[in-house]
Design a protein around this ligand. Structure first.
Ligand code: PMV
Length: 348
């Protein structure tokens, strides 16, 4: 067990200059990401240090755009998708407390304006892009110039999977070994698969009943099946690396689907049981298996929610759009705005 005494604030403080200098405004975009080898279970909860390494694909233009402006009222304000949130709302509190890790006692009241182009908290990983975009925007706003690996480790403290949303394409988050977690960050893989497609099957956009933090905790504490998870995740990660170096889509898809189902098996084996699936999720799985039987190569993965993410190649896009009406298709390696980006305006 790692030391639970390390706080996020202590760790961030080691990297900060004595006096912060704020820019006039900052804006950052970070993509959402879908894990092909999942992060499930923490070995240290304050810092979101994972039990296992994970690997994901970033969703190009789907993600979060966050702006930071100085607040003229002297109070922090948090906006989500154009709406001002009550300061006491859980989302506003999380955002303000994350900004506080960097601002500490220096008086810089800010307006944080966050926009997602994916449904919030529907298992489509908006917390990942949200904390990654916020970390990038803070880095710009306070002119910190941290390297990407440090930004990834800081984003991880907001939400584990946010460590991977700092980058585009295939991304690996190594679990790390250090007690302060600063070696637990993601890095991008040098692999390009232009014909890869990710399809979002939206079963429900309702906010999930059990968030991933509580879901992981419940699984680790109550599911004896979880004992087999770390070894399986390590093996799956190796198989995905092999699939990437062989250029084998079939292997990549099969390992990703098996990894997701194994993670869900540990959830179902928890007490009380954790079942994120709805009848339509199961119907979609059965359709995918039938399509595979019929020779169409399509695989799926699922996170802590009822929605499925399909993995397929461009050649099957038209067919799958017919089979799954309303399918939102992302081309992760498309050139237009993909991956994290930031802009900063000088103080006036
Ligand atoms: O980063 P969190 O705390 O939202 O956890 C993400 C957990 C999964 O989405 C289920 C898996 C993953 O690796 O993204």
């Amino acid at each position: 067990m790692l030391n639970e005494n390390f706080t996020k604030a202590d760790i961030v403080a080691r990297y900060l200059p004595k006096k912060l200098i704020a820019a006039g405004q900052a804006e950052a975009f970070a993509p959402s990401n879908i894990a092909l080898c999942k992060y499930w279970g923490k070995r240290q909860s304050e810092l979101n240090l994972p039990v296992n390494s994970s690997l994901s694909i970033s969703l190009a233009h789907l993600g979060t755009r966050t702006q930071i402006h100085p607040s003229q009222t002297g109070e922090d304000q948090v906006m989500l998708n154009g709406q001002l949130l009550p300061v006491e709302s859980p989302f506003a509190r999380k955002v303000v407390s994350f900004v506080g890790l960097f601002r500490r006692d220096q008086s810089y009241p800010v307006i944080i304006d966050t926009r997602n182009n994916i449904p919030t908290a529907a298992g489509l990983a908006s917390s990942a892009s949200g904390f990654a975009a916020l970390t990038l925007a803070i880095n710009q706003y306070f002119q910190l110039q941290f390297p990407d690996t440090v930004l990834s480790a800081f984003a991880r403290m907001g939400s584990g999977s946010a460590s991977r949303s700092i980058y585009s394409g295939f991304v690996e988050w190594r679990m790390g070994l250090q007690e302060d977690g600063m070696d637990s960050h993601a890095f991008p893989l040098d692999v390009n698969w232009p014909d890869l497609r990710v399809g979002l099957v939206k079963v429900s956009t309702a906010v999930k009943a059990v968030d991933s933090r509580s879901g992981m905790k419940r699984t680790v504490e109550t599911a004896s099946l979880y004992q087999s998870w770390p070894a399986q995740a390590a093996q799956d990660l190796e198989k995905i690396h092999q699939a990437l170096s062989d250029g084998s889509f079939s292997e990549l898809g099969a390992v990703a689907e098996h990894n997701a189902m194994s993670m869900h098996a540990t959830m179902i084996a928890s007490w009380p049981p954790l079942l994120y699936w709805q009848p339509d999720s199961v119907a979609a799985m059965q359709k995918i298996w039938a399509l595979r039987e019929a020779g169409v190569e399509v695989y799926f993965t699922m996170d802590a929610g009822p929605n499925l993410k399909l993995l397929f190649q461009e050649k099957n896009q038209a067919l799958l759009e017919t089979e799954f009406p309303g399918l939102e298709v992302v081309a992760p390696f498309e050139a237009s705005e993909s991956g994290a980006s930031t802009t900063v305006k000088e103080p006036s």
